[in-house]
Design a protein around this ligand. Sequence first.
Ligand code: FES
Length: 276
Amino acid sequence: MAPKLTVDYGALVKDDRVHGSVYLDPRIFEDEIETIFHRGWVYVGHTGEIPEPGDYRLKKIGRAPVIMVRDDRGQVRLLLNRCRHRAATVCQVECGNAKTFRCAYHGWTYRNSGELAAVTYQDGYGAGFRKEELGLTSVPRVGIYRGFVFGSLSPSGIPLEQHLGRATEQLDLFVELSPEGELDVRSGVNKYSYPANWKLQIENAIDGYHPNFVHQSYLEVIQKRTRIKLDTFNGDSVAETRDLGNGHVMLDYRPYNRAKGGAMRTVLPTIPGARQ
Ligand code: FES
């Protein structure tokens, strides 16, 4: 059932401006958690993060703790990290390789497929106890596109490909930059947090206005390495923000890159650790 709207979004979001309460009102945040993160498709991780059977990483979908795991048969699964006994988390280590997950509270043990393998003092639960019905709960819908793993906590909704829409073209372009046509994502993650609304971070990622100022030193490095003089106040380093529909957006550097004769391609391989 759709949540009852208590906020007049039409009054807050105009074509050319957004009211500040969109970033502050806890009712709006709860709406977003429910409608975007708990009912929609959410990017969880990449299959390359868990290449071997038993490999897992802890993730989150909205507020739900999730284990992204490759089971012993090689299948990528998204399992809720909640014991079926009293809902404690069954895994606390951020990543690793495990055949089983053992709940620290009362010792119930689950296979990496989610199946409940062992219950402590099982006789105490009586004859009607059905171990086979008490595996870790799977995220209701799991979709993988070019190795990118998405999950939805809602059992119904539009298919993943429909949700991604025009964003698939950009994912394809990105993946096909690899000579193998697939990504290898094994080197870990870079995490940071900040005390502000989640949308600000997303908006920053598609804001081509600020780099000339906030990242001035980065642009100077590019100029130095490429020996191309950028006039940052003349739009030389400004990328284009694109709306891809369904909430997908991107900051497109291709026009800038083309204008500079592929300058970005020249710079990126020289970054330490980057693949040649
Ligand atoms: S909460 Fe996990 S075994 Fe009791």
